[in-house]
Design a protein around this ligand. Structure first.
Ligand SMILES: NC(=O)c1ccc[n+]([C@@H]2O[C@H](COP(=O)([O-])OP(=O)(O)OC[C@H]3O[C@@H](n4cnc5c(N)ncnc54)[C@H](OP(=O)(O)O)[C@@H]3O)[C@@H](O)[C@H]2O)c1
Length: 428
């Protein structure tokens, strides 16, 4: 056997692991010619070794004992594609301790205990690479970490959850209700039977924590991220947004303001001409605003077996090459983050109110905005019989001030209902 072999221990062979094993087999010769490292899936740990995985694996490669794969002295690099916190965390720490580079796609793990794992990898001087953990197949972490290492990043906004983007696209383009769009997404396999993690913004929140950590060199965990999902969005919200020239998207936003980090996930109205507005179906995109570079957008498949396996394979090649050179990538020291509470975050809002059509109502409504220091950027009025509809877009305002305005408007006799209240981006 030649000594250019890099023996990979694969932990997990499911939606991503199986395509990865197939890709390594298919691409090993080309990768060896280009890099001098010949990747070989030497051992694979799964829960049920007897299950058919639809891929070719050498006999005796499968085992149910993931710890034995990590400990095997013949294994050079470990790829963790099990998911969840434990046993993934323990297995990764054991691999790092044994001096083995690790590649993972596990956003949940990194968003919760990433700092511990990065510190362990740094101490041991090995790679811990995770391109696929955010944006699936979109190469975005490496550009952020390397190409943009010197850039002063102001803000990153991402559509990082394909399920919710699919649902919002169907609501926007076909006018279907949230419930029907969700059930379509479930039938297509985009959404789980229990869709909470996607539709309530937990998944995007974990990714936002990882993005913020890398972009701003700070320790941000999933619990630091404010999140709202899309289950309250109606086709009426989407229609109002369209009339005003906007598209509704679920955004993960990380921004630095006066040394504090605001990291949040919520639906927002995006101007139709903004690059993020054109990201349809289950596609993902990450939009970066930097001081010197200006605006950049990374676009592609944010999930799916082969796209995600492609990103894992890129990391695997990197880890193999670094190992041969005796070097490793580093995300550098992560400082403690000062998180800006959502109440302090400033955003523009779109508000749509049905009010009684009588003299003095507009002044009363405007008075509520004024009392809370929320300044109005534009206002339109439509007659609706005895009622009138007032549509406001505010200037940037503190979240707490807008919420107080909404509470007071709800108590105003002349206001029948607040039909829509959505944050707006692109007005700054
Ligand atoms: N799927 C995507 O599109 C996607 C996109 C981006 C990131 N990711 C991330 O990639 C990772 C893997 O996701 P996936 O969709 O491939 O998951 P999956 O289809 O559920 O596969 C998980 C694999 O882990 C194995 N496994 C579970 N517990 C184990 C244990 N204790 N020891 C050994 N093996 C164990 C399972 O074995 P059995 O097959 O025998 O059950 C299965 O092969 C997750 O962190 C996920 O967040 C996935």
């Amino acid at each position: 056997m030649s000594d250019d072999r890099v023996r990979v221990g694969l932990l997990g062979c499911g939606n991503v692991g199986a395509p990865l094993a197939a890709l390594v087999r298919r691409r090993a010769d080309d990768i060896a010619i280009r890099t001098g490292a010949r990747l070989e899936i030497a051992r694979v740990a799964v829960r049920s070794p007897a299950k058919d995985r639809g891929i070719e694996l050498d006999s005796g490669v499968l085992t149910h004992d993931a710890a034995a794969v990590v400990d095997d002295p013949d294994i050079d690099v470990v790829v963790e594609l099990i998911g969840g916190i434990e046993p993934a965390r323990e297995l990764i720490l054991a691999a790092i301790k044994a001096g083995k580079p690790v590649v993972t796609a596990n956003k949940e793990l990194l968003a919760n205990v990433g700092a511990e794992l990065f510190a362990a990898a740094e101490d041991a001087g090995v790679d811990l690479l995770f391109e696929a953990a955010v944006g699936g197949g979109i190469p975005f972490i490496r550009p952020l970490r390397e190409s943009l290492a010197g850039e002063e990043i102001r803000r990153i906004m991402g559509i990082v959850n394909g399920t919710t983007n699919y649902i919002l696209t169907r609501m926007t383009e076909a006018g279907v209700s949230y419930a029907d769009a969700l059930s379509e997404a479930q039938n297509l396999g985009y959404a789980e039977r229990d869709p909470t993690a996607d539709v309530e913004g937990f998944d995007a929140g974990a990714k936002a924590a990882i993005i913020a950590s890398i972009a701003f060199g700070s320790r941000v965990v999933a619990g630091d991220v404010y999140h709202e999902g899309i289950s309250g969005i109606t086709t009426a919200d989407i229609d109002y947004a369209r009339k005003m020239g906007y598209v509704v998207k679920l955004l993960a936003i990380a921004e630095r303001t006066n040394g504090e980090l605001g990291v949040r996930v919520h639906p927002a109205m995006v101007p139709a001409a903004h690059p993020l507005a054109s990201v349809r179906d289950s596609f993902n995109a990450v939009f970066v605003e930097g001081d010197a570079v200006g605006e950049l957008m990374f676009y592609g498949r944010g999930a799916g077996g082969y796209p995600t396996a492609s990103a894992v394979l890129g990391d695997l090649v990197d880890a193999a090459v670094n190992r041969r050179k005796g070097s490793h990538a580093s995300i550098g020291a992560l400082s403690k983050a000062t998180i800006r509470p959502i109440d302090e975050v400033e955003t523009a809002y779109y508000l749509n109110l049905d009010v009684v059509d009588r003299p003095g109502v507009l002044a009363a409504v405007a008075g509520v905005f004024g009392r809370h220091g929320v300044s109005i950027r534009s206002m339109e009025q439509e007659g609706l019989g005895d009622e009138a509809r007032l549509v406001f877009i505010t200037h940037l305002a503190r979240e707490a001030a807008v919420q107080a305005t909404l509470r007071d408007l709800n108590h105003l006799d002349a206001v029948d209902r607040i039909t829509s209240a959505l944050r707006v981006i692109g007005t700054e």
